[in-house]
Write a protein that binds this ligand. Structure first.
Ligand code: RB5
Length: 144
């Protein structure tokens, strides 16, 4: 994990959870790029998905975390970028599968839909689970 730089971003609906997850990343000693937002003022989630996609594209980050109110809008926006595999997860199992089967490079959470402790658990699993490769890579190769 030590070579990882984690980009994190949210809209206002995800701001509070983003701050909690950011503190966890700091506690883990990981390098973090916080792309905003920086308070609960209303903003537009595509702007933050696009910022995070740019950070992964230019390799200033290796993985990403996105949060909006439901996680839905910001995951739709992130997945418009062909280099992003953003997984909206709701528990540790979906977080684990997003890595093992989908090689997700971005985890997405809903700040208004997923409890804080569940979200923290999802993040840990996402960071510590390896991609299984094999048949799953062949399927990923078919994503356009
Ligand atoms: C913002 O009010 C809310 O629509 C947004 O955070 C997200 O839930 C969209 O999918």
């Amino acid at each position: 994990m030590s070579d990882q730089v984690i980009a994190i971003a949210s809209d206002h609906g995800g701001f509070e959870l983003k701050e909690v997850l950011k503190a966890d990343l700091e506690e883990m000693g990981l390098a973090i790029v916080d792309l905003g937002c920086y308070d609960t003022s209303s903003v537009d989630y595509p702007d933050y998905a696009n910022k995070l996609a740019a950070a992964l594209q230019n390799e200033s980050a290796t993985r990403g975390i996105l949060v909006c109110g439901s996680g839905i809008g910001i995951s739709i926006a992130a997945n418009r970028h062909s280099h992003i595999r953003a997984a909206l997860v709701h528990d540790a199992l979906t977080a684990k599968l997003s890595r093992e089967h989908n090689n997700a490079n971005v985890i997405v959470l809903g700040g208004r839909t997923t409890g804080i402790e569940v979200a923290r658990d999802c993040l840990k699993v996402f960071l510590n689970t390896k991609f299984e490769g094999g048949r799953h890579q062949m399927r990923i190769d078919k994503l356009l």
